[in-house]
Ligand binder design. Sequence first.
Ligand code: UDP
Ligand code: MN
Length: 586
Amino acid sequence: MRLRRLWIRHRNKFFIAVLVVLFIVVIAPSKSISNILKLEEKGVIYVDGERKKDYHDYEYMKLEALQKGPGEGGASATLPPELEKEKDEIYKVNGFNGRLSDDIALNRSLKDIRHPKCKELLYLADLPNAAVVVPFHNEHWSTLLRTAFSAYNRSPRHLLKEIILVDDASTKDFLGAKLDNFLAEHLPIARVVRLPERWGLIRARLEGAKHATADVLIFLDSHTECTTNWLPPLLDPIARNYKTAVCPFIDVIDFENFEYRAQDEGRRGAFDWEFYYKRLPVLPEDEANMPQPFKSPVMAGGLFAISSKFFWELGGYDPGLDIWGGEQYELSFKVWQCHGVMYDAPCSRIGHIYRKFAPFPNPRTDNFLARNYRRVAEVWMDEYKKYLYMRQPGWLETDTGDLSEQLAVRERNKCKPFKWFMENVAFDLAKSYPLIEPPDYCNGTIQSLADPKLCVDSKFKGQFDRLDSLGECSQSSQFQFQLSAFKDIRPLKSHNCWDVPDLKDKHAPVLLFGCHKGLGNQMWKYDMMNKMILFGHPPSHCLDSSVTTREVFVTTCDMNSPTQKWNWSFVNAERLRNYDTLDPKP
Ligand code: UDP
Ligand code: MN
């Protein structure tokens, strides 16, 4: 009886308790309710069972928006004319307008050019902390400091543990004690590690990484600017899988006026078979998923994050790589082949000053670049290395030095063959950069017989530009073309082709369109005997010109017209004779 009375008196409480337990165990973790639940730490919310956070520093963003002065908001700036002489001197040693940089605040504001959805993205509430490592050789004062301040000011305090500037034997006075003292006073999170002699940027990065104690290493160039909320998008993928490298989008800081602008909205990194860095389009599924991180085969090199644990499991960089060059391939191949993954993170944007010219003399007398490339090729590229040597047989004459430690890294990590990388990661690379370059039918300059001092001039700007002129012949690149194995004509090594979309006009213009390797509007043929360049599939019209207006166009063929006669500087007669039987899709 007593029990029954107790039950009647307390059953309401019991039901409430059951409801509370039910809510906590069953309903709260489910999506809809957890989104609005704010538990424990301020700002942390549950999304799909993950603890996440909005890392934007709204206070700082508000203050920044009020800043006024030259270059604020990432706007372009100018110097008064009386500073011209001073400007030139500083320009010469940097390859960019360092004097203007000195007039721009070290903490200048930048406009937010991220994908609009980046403003709303949340990242894991528990992220690893990071060390920023910046190698520099004779960097300019204000650009170096702006790199450090922009990284610091726009990072959550607890996530940026240290900034390590690695001085690669700079000779500028102010980069010595003055820099140390300035940092000690104004930015104590940063310190300088000094190398005893010029080691080059690869070993400088390695040395910086050795001094770092944080979970994640972030490498930056010494003339960069980190933008709003740049750090969490780099750390989040690494928090989920430590065998991950993440690259930010790299924007352009104008070398002349310091304007901050987008380079583009993303490409996947790649290379051609002479080891020039190239880019491939993002995949349709990545495009649909923007601005989520997408996989990229090769990093650009200067700016990226990687977990310290993974970096050292991979043996860091090969310390046998001298000065610069090839290290971006080495690390990218290693990451992928040794069971890691590499992403580009669209919501992390960092600006970089692409120099107008290289201001430093070559510090070595040997061909260090060829040796670097060979070391990478020999250790990581298996049978694919031959496609490099085919084009650069000279590299084979360079001694690689001892590779045993690098081969041991590959063995120890049980890394996959390069073929796996080519088939699974860079699967579309060979479509744009064929392993074996089929020989051209013709290449070099296209000289007019009507006026032999004139040649076809691409004035190459890019896709959709009209190719409309003759110019004074020279060996410069705008006069170099190829009638390629695909039976198209293109500015040398370009991916845009001569295209005649419309033959209605008597003088049909020749345009430049992306090469589609599909004949049609892009099919050309050279008639060696009559020195005519024929257009069409089948050939129906001819390339013609006016030496007075210097126009180039396509019109009906006239065997007797000198303005339709052209000399290529190189003609592969054997291939041209077989033109009609050769497959345009080699
Ligand atoms: N750097 C270095 N030692 C060198 C060459 C370059 O420490 O021997 C640094 C340089 O100061 C910069 C980074 O490495 O921070 C990349 O070099 P740079 O900016 O000249 O290359 P770019 O971006 O022009 O390709
Ligand atoms: Mn640089």
